[in-house]
Ligand binder design. Sequence first.
Ligand code: PEP
Ligand code: MN
Length: 338
Amino acid sequence: MLIVMHRHATQEQVDQVMAAVEAMGLTAEPIPGSLRTAIGVLGNQGYVDDSTIRTLPGVRETIHVSKPYKMASRDFHPDASVIDVAGVQFGDGLKPVIIAGPCSIETEKQMMDAAEQVKNGGGQMLRGGAFKPRTGPHSFQGLGIEGLKYLQQAGQAFNLPVVTEVMRIEQLDKVCQYADMLQIGARNMQNFDLLKEVGKTNHPVLLKRGMSATIEEFLAAAEYILAEGNSRVVLCERGIRTFEKATRNTLDLSVVPLVRDLSHLPIIVDPSHATGKRMLVPVMTKAALVAGAHGVMMEVHPDPASALCDGAQSLSGDQFAGLMQDVNHLLGFLGYGT
Ligand code: PEP
Ligand code: MN
């Protein structure tokens, strides 16, 4: 970190800042300039908490040189990571993984039908929510543990690893019992206690970007999981909140190449929640793959018109099958083979 002093900062103020840095167990190196003095902070292992320093008299600004994420960064881990979820692999140069399934698990039959459609279309993983983070308390909240059982059965019947959201620490044991991959939803991206607990499991994690999270915050959230010893994290861009109301969220596709550059973790895209519109899902799926996404997760429902959650952004089985034909052509073109 670099501490930049005001032009008129006194020597006494510089000394006070240096003493504060040293009190944190770090080394302060003054860098006198023609207009102002800067102080280099050395010896830190990771991100320096500058909350005290910033408020000291004479301090103009602090500039972080190291990022708030280290284990998630390419500096720490130059080679791209390959994340294995029950035999399905996410990573550089590997065929992108298509995850599909309904927003919510509704019935045993709905889940079986959805799984059949996902399998027949060529999807590699099955999704479905049993614990749903709904915006309002009167909306369907999910089937809970009963739903987890239906998801697991459907996944096993069609040989598709399953991913589902865990909303609270108390649900973690059960979700680990039934799911191959734990999803942390956008609303929980900064639930640091949950991230830490998920980091203590051996389950791969699908971490969705918070709706107002910067890329730095997104990677810092992944860092919480990695720091607890679980390095199997796949990131997921699912749209961010902007002024635009024509779509549910704004799909930030630039995050894909940016994250690929900054981090070794794979990143996938969820065009369903990013757009909220079925009509936009196929084209944004293809755009995500062209942008370099390591996979796509989309909502597919046997009967979207009757879906208890997110029907407007869900593809029918036929629509999914049609899209997957296009995806396979595109992947061939992109050099992945079919
Ligand atoms: C979901 O994938 O089911 C979901 C609720 O998504 P998000 O957390 O991105 O809103
Ligand atoms: Mn949904």
